[in-house]
Every structure is written in C-alpha cells, then in structure tokens.
Write a protein of this length. Structure first.
Length: 532
C-alpha cells in the first residue's frame, strides 16, 4: 500500500504509481523488501509515523562514549543519539544493536520490562533503519560502553536492505577480516550512498578531500587573496588545451561552452583591479577520454597574483602543498600508495626541479631541444609514441613526455621551462630563447599543478592565438580559440603576474593513496543504467 499526500496534480501521481507498478513487474521485489514494506505498513497501522520530521539529539556516538569515560565511574550520564542500525542481536526479552552516525558507532541496549508495549515494536526494526534513542550510558560485562535505551523513535524505515557486511577475527593474527558483499566497483560508483554507509574507508577519503579544499581556501584567504566566481557557461572557451562540451541557450538562441578552465576570466579581474590576487575553486569540464586519471567533470583551483613570476610561484606551491599535506597526513608528511607502482611521497621541500628538455633526455636518452617538427615526428615514432594527425611540435613533445617521462616522477618534481609551442599563455623565458617561463608539478606520476609567468603583452598574445588558429586548421581540435574580448582586456594593461592551476581530484588521489579518480569523486560520470 502506497501512502501519498494530497496533491493538486492527481494525474502526475497516477503516472508515478503506474511507473512503479511497471518497474515491480519488470524486477519483482525480493522477500526481504516485501517484509520491510509489510513492517512499514504495520507501523502506520499502529499509528506510528516511520518518517517523522525531526529528533532532538544531544550527542554523537563518540561524544556519548567520551562522556561516560570522563565521568565518575559510578555515574551513568544521559544522552540521546541518532543514527543507522548496522547490527542487531535479539535475545528474547532484550536486544542489542549498533548505531552508526558520522562520528562512529555506539552499542545500544533495549530491555523489555522497561520499554513495556513499545518493546514489541523492535520486531519491526531492521538493519539499515534510522532511529533515535534516549537513555543512560553504562559499561556492559564485556566492557563495551553502551546506551541503555529508555525511549526510542523510528526516524526512517529502510525498505531496501543494505549489502551484507560481515567481520570476523583471524584466529592466528587477531586481525579483523572484512567480508564486503558491496565490492563491485561500478556498483559502488553508481550507488555511492550505499558505499558510504557500508565502507568506512570511503567515508574517510571524502572527509579528507573536504579537508584538503578547506585547507587550500584558508591558505589563500590568510594571505589576502580574494575568492571569486566566474562563468561556467562561456561564449568562447579558453585557458587550456581541451575539447569543450557544447550546450544551447534557448532564450538567446546560441551555443555556449562549459568552461575548460577559469584562467581568462580571472585575468580579466586582475585587469579590472578587483584585487591583486584572485582565486576560484570550481568545476571545469573537458569532453575527452576517461581513465583512472581523467574525468570529464573535475575540480580545479586557480589563482593569479599580480607582480609575481613563476619562480616565486614555485616557492608558493611548495609552501601550499606542505600545508595541505600536514593537514591531512601524519608526520613526516609521507603517504604510501597502494599498488600500481605507487611509491612513498615525501612533501618536505625543496622539491626537485628539472627542465622539460632535460627530463626527456634523462629518461629517453634523446636531446630534442634543437629538433624541428619533422625530426620530432621521427623521434616519436622511434620511441614508439603514437601521434595524432595534425599535431604540431608542442603536441609531439607533450606526447613524448607523457609516454616516457611522467610515470617516473614519483617524488614531487617541478618540470620547468617549456617550449613556446606548448604554452600560448606564458611569458617568453627571460634568458632561454624559444622557451617560456612555465612549470608543472608532478607527484606519483600525475601532473598536479601547472603555472606560468603570465603573458601580458597583447600583441604577443594575439600572435600566439593566431598560431593556435593555424594548428586548429591543421586538425588539432584541442588548440586554443582566439578570444577577442580577452585581447581587448590585455590592451587596457595587465600587470605582470604569476598564475597557478591545480586539480583537487588528483591531489586527493595522492594524499589518500587512491588509484582512480573515480574513487575521489563522489558521483563520477557513468553510462545510464536501467532503473527498476
């Protein structure tokens, strides 16, 4: 029986009920699901609303346990807790359960002669239900701190059972062995809400991610830099090499692009004098392939600081990443990766510095610093590196580096001084002709950060954009688009500055030891599934 509130749209309710009936015919309910729905109906027939509006909780589980440990040994402090039932042990006239909240778990104890008629309601409770309980805290004979329940409320009846998770103790080592029925990766990504309930490690990963972001924001704010918001929907995309997602604005009747980077709008704000340092932590979107290191939707932090250069920015990045590592990992700021060739990363500065050309020489034995485009094509082929048709010199160098160098860069390493053809938004190197003042930071084989001494010469920038247009005409779909409005902004005068962009997702992978970007994104992009 399905209960529905009054509605002004009865036809919509009828349609919804029809879809539910169709779904149940296509994939019938399990016996457990039927039993839970019967329990739900029985609760309501007894006048109990299994989905009330609120509950007055006074303590989280860890606070309740700490309250007892800190109190007089003979005292029994009172508390009310709320959370999800994760285990039930019925003993006739008594019942134990473990309740999980965001702070952990606590055992609760029900006794029939104290709860009277309400004790009978416990037969309608299942693992996964959310309850609130009030009572006093004591220690059982086995030594477990427990809430002795004096009253309780059902806060949400779960009509779908959780996956079975069993723990047992290894008789030899004494270690806890966990048998998780919810181990299929794709299912965990699709049903992250279940993954979070049954897997404590994944909850820890995403709390670490949140702490990483808050530490970055605090680091920037404490230095006086201004957080801003720039458009996600853009008439011209720019600031990176990437294919965009395209959408259509119905009211204005023209196509827009989901941003691939925040860079060009943040630079406009520096031109306008809004602040001498601006930053944004936001979603970017790139319509490209997906693998363990790439997601079409990802989180970037970008910051631009007037009157600084890339040398200053390298020191700034060391300081920033040390602060983040200290916030989320124990001393000495090391993190062991798990499998896949991951090593131990030490974030103690200074980080190693290696030029782009020197890095390729070190790991391939090839000096490409004076090669033209044809020679680079031949070298790539000899090294077994596949190159897309239409790729220019910069793209070829990037592919060689990606295939032959990146995976060697485990310890934090700055790759510096890129060829001009790879960096259309960076200033020419002040002492090395043909190069620009740019660095990327690599950790555990991942590019984590990208930074420039930013190009602020409007005429040079126009020439660079025109070269990008030439590459696009040759078939390079990732080459940058000429942005006339950005050039106009530069013509009003932009101060010298250093700019930095880095991926929150990849940084989280490094600091949590996760091997796939999907493991650090709460709801990763997936093909649609058929819902029952």
């Amino acid at each position: 029986m399905i209960h529905t509130p009054p509605t002004e749209h009865p036809e919509e309710i009828k349609d919804a009920l029809h879809h539910i009936e169709e779904a149940e015919q296509a994939e019938p309910l399990t016996d457990q699901e039927r039993e839970r729905r019967h329990s739900l109906e029985e609760l309501r027939s007894l006048g109990i609303e299994p989905y009330p509006y609120s509950f007055d909780r006074t303590r989280y589980s860890d606070e309740a346990i700490a309250l007892f440990e800190e109190s007089n040994p003979d005292a029994h402090p009172t508390a009310s807790i709320a959370g999800r039932i994760m285990a039930i042990r019925r003993m006739g006239k008594a019942m134990f359960a473990h309740v999980q909240d965001e702070a952990g778990k606590i055992q609760i104890y029900f006794k029939s002669n104290e709860l009277g008629e309400r004790y009978d309601l416990l037969r309608l409770l299942d693992i996964g239900d959310i309850i609130g309980a009030k009572g006093f805290i004591f220690r059982t004979r086995t030594g477990e701190i427990t809430l002795h329940v004096e009253s309780f409320e059902i806060l949400a009846k779960a009509i779908r059972p959780l996956p079975v998770v069993k723990e047992e103790t290894d008789p030899v080592t004494g270690e806890t062995i966990r048998h998780d029925a919810f181990s299929d990766k794709e299912l965990r990504y699709r049903q992250r809400y279940v993954d979070l309930v049954v897997n404590a490690d994944i909850r820890k990963t995403f709390r670490t991610r949140s702490k990483i972001i808050s530490t970055i924001r605090r680091f920037f704010d404490e230095r006086g830099y201004l957080e801003v918001e720039t458009p996600i929907l853009q008439p011209i995309y720019g600031g990176a090499y990437a294919r965009p997602f395209i959408t259509h604005h119905n009211a204005l009747d023209f196509d827009l692009f989901l941003r691939i980077a925040d860079e060009l709008y943040l630079k406009r704000l520096i031109v306008g004098g809004l602040a001498e340092g601006v930053y944004e932590i936001a979603k970017d979107f790139r319509n490209e392939g997906m693998d363990k290191n790439h997601s079409p939707e990802f989180t970037m932090a970008e910051i631009y600081i007037a009157y600084k250069d890339y040398e200053w920015m390298m020191s700034f990045v060391e300081e920033l990443f040390v602060a983040v590592a200290k916030a989320v990992t124990p001393p000495p700021m090391e993190r062991s990766g798990i499998g896949g060739g991951w090593g131990v990363v030490n974030f103690t500065p200074p980080f190693r510095r290696l030029t782009m050309y020197d890095s390729i020489l070190e790991y391939t034995g090839r000096d490409i610093s004076r090669m033209n485009e044809d020679e680079l094509w031949i070298t790539a082929k000899e090294l077994g590196v596949g190159i897309e048709k239409g790729s220019g010199a910069g793209k070829i160098i990037d592919e060689i580096f990606s295939a032959k160098v990146e995976h060697h860069l485990i310890e934090p390493t700055f790759i510096t001084d890129y060829p001009l053809s790879m960096s259309p938004l960076a200033k020419m190197h002040r002492t090395k002709p043909g190069l620009v003042e740019r660095f990327e930071l690599y950790v555990n084989g991942h590019e984590i950060a990208n930074a420039f001494s930013e190009l602020n010469d409007p005429l040079d920038q126009r020439a660079r954009f025109e070269e990008q247009a030439r590459l696009r005409s040759k078939g390079d779909e990732e080459a940058m688009v000429l942005d006339e409005d950005f050039l106009r902004a530069l013509e009003y005068g932009m101060p010298p500055m250093a700019g930095l962009g880095f991926g929150i997702d990849r940084l989280t992978m490094v600091l949590t030891g996760e091997e796939s970007i999907r493991d650090v994104v709460l709801f990763p992009a997936m093909r649609p599934e058929r819902m029952r």
